[in-house]
Design a protein around this ligand. Structure first.
Ligand SMILES: Cc1cc2nc3c(=O)[nH]c(=O)nc-3n(C[C@H](O)[C@H](O)[C@H](O)COP(=O)(O)OP(=O)(O)OC[C@H]3O[C@@H](n4cnc5c(N)ncnc54)[C@H](O)[C@@H]3O)c2cc1C
Length: 436
């Protein structure tokens, strides 16, 4: 018998557990450990609340959790409640699937002013992440800016641009919906250092901006290279650029109250304001032959009392695990960190790709584990039994998959009309459901 710990219950963790079940059958026990009492990582706390069809992937993960060989062990922070050394002592292999939940910083003056938030914080706020429930983003000014040209930047802009009615059927948390209902924001500027061809936005997410009830996208025709240049693009990317070109050709719909302005070739230099963010000073850029953005020296001001930075994420360190400073992830070679220690998903690759991109990661690492410790072998580790004894000794209450089911049922019962659930956002709310 082999005992495996998968740390993190997001997509990468679940795909790894699925792959280990397939590789080992009944010859392994797999604990999926998460710091929160509830599973699914960014499926719960990241993916936009108005993208419910994507969240349905968790049904596939439920099937994995229901396998006899698999346990969900929530409410356990590895590195805090249990050290990496202790975990490695208890299990034959530990797979880190801890994601990359920390915002990268812009590194410019004024970034710490009130009103400036990272996208992980803002997204966490509207998605019911316990760490950001009290964020209270600045929604009382007329102007917001989102720095970054990826899908997360689009999510943030879209959430700011929608009216109450457009959140029907979503699971946006009540506190965010109430605050957004009172929002005074009318212009949302999306700043990108480079041009339309350099965006990391996918067609579906971009296309949605053309169908908002009270907001209209605005793109400058002059920002595009000649149309022939699109021929060299990969088809999906070309589709995104075609959507942007269409927005530019149509022009803004003046009947709509809110605008989403794409400001390309715009490099933030500093954020200014009297005790809080009021504006970003931006430098116009041009691209050099390698595609890098070069400052032109021409500067201008973008007013914004809410500034959301969305320029990438980093994996938090865990004591005892080698770290790749430049990549902002665990140092690894094709997922292997050391004997018996692996990384998958964003903790392995950094914050790129879709939910499905994490699947091959999990399978590749499961193959490596199975090669190192063939099914049928025994490592003499205590696994779940040893972890339970350690948690008991420390008075730590973990949550099981049945506990999650109880929380899920309570969230569904508390849902407002038209919403699939009312997410609980505090530890005590979760534990109250469990009689704690
Ligand atoms: C805002 C946002 C929106 C997105 N929208 C989409 C989308 O629409 N479509 C799409 O395909 N992809 C989307 N993605 C990408 C997708 O969410 C990621 O590809 C995926 O979640 C990465 O999976 P992961 O398992 O590596 O990390 P995560 O999903 O982040 O899971 C990591 C898990 O590890 C746990 N954890 C972390 N540290 C510890 C610790 N020390 N101890 C115990 N547990 C720990 C966390 O609580 C979490 O549950 C989005 C990403 C973001 C940020």
């Amino acid at each position: 018998m082999r005992h495996f710990a998968v740390v993190g219950s997001g997509p990468a963790g679940f795909y790894t557990a699925e792959a280990l079940v397939k590789a080992y059958g009944d010859q392994a026990r797999i604990d999926i450990i998460d710091r929160y009492p509830v599973p699914y990582g960014l499926i719960r706390f990241g993916v936009a609340p108005d993208h419910q069809s994507l969240k349905a992937v968790s049904k596939r993960y439920d099937k994995v959790a229901e396998e006899d060989q698999v346990r969900f062990v929530g409410n356990i922070d590895i590195g805090e409640a249990v050290s990496m050394a202790e975990l490695r002592d208890l299990y034959d292999a530990v797979v880190l699937a801890t994601g990359a939940p920390h915002d990268r910083k812009l590194g410019i003056a004024g970034e710490d002013l009130p009103g400036v938030v990272g996208s992980a914080e803002f997204v966490g706020w509207y998605n019911g992440h316990p760490d950001f429930a009290d964020l209270a983003p600045q929604l009382d000014g007329a102007h917001a800016a989102v720095v970054g040209n990826g899908n997360v930047a689009l999510d943030c802009a879209r959430i700011l641009a929608k009216n109450h009615h457009e959140f029907e059927g979503s699971d946006i948390v009540g506190h965010a919906l109430e605050a957004l209902d009172r929002s005074a924001i009318r212009t949302i500027t999306i700043l990108g250092r480079r041009g339309p061809h350099q965006i990391s936005m996918t067609p579906k997410e971009l296309g949605e901006l053309g169908h908002l009830e009270i907001a209209t996208p605005e793109v400058e025709v002059a920002d595009f290279p000649p149309i022939d240049a699109d021929d060299a693009l990969e088809p999906g990317h070309r589709k995104s650029i075609t959507i942007l070109r269409d927005f530019a050709a149509r022009g803004a719909d003046e009947s709509k109250a809110r605008r989403i302005v794409f400001d390309f070739f715009a490099k933030p230099l500093r954020i200014e304001g009297e005790g809080k963010a009021e504006r970003i000073i931006v430098e116009r850029t041009v691209l050099d032959d390698t595609g890098a953005a070069l400052g032109t020296g021409e500067t201008y001001t973008v007013p914004a009392s809410l500034i959301i930075t969305s320029i990438g994420y980093q994996t938090p360190r865990i004591p005892g695990v080698p770290y790749d400073e430049r990549g902002g992830k665990f140092a690894n070679d094709r997922g292997r960190i050391a004997d018996g220690l692996y990384a998958v998903g964003w903790a392995r690759r950094g914050p790129t790709g879709t939910i499905g991109t994490n699947r091959p990661d999990g399978y590749e690492v499961a193959d490596q584990v199975a090669a190192a410790m063939p099914p049928g072998s025994d490592g003499g580790k205590r696994g779940a039994e040893g972890l339970a004894a350690l948690l008991d000794e420390r008075g730590i209450r973990s949550t099981s998959f049945d506990d999650w089911r109880a929380i899920e049922a309570a969230e569904s019962a508390a849902a407002r009309p038209g919403s699939p659930r009312e997410k609980f956002v505090r530890h005590h709310e979760w534990l109250k459901v469990l009689g704690g």
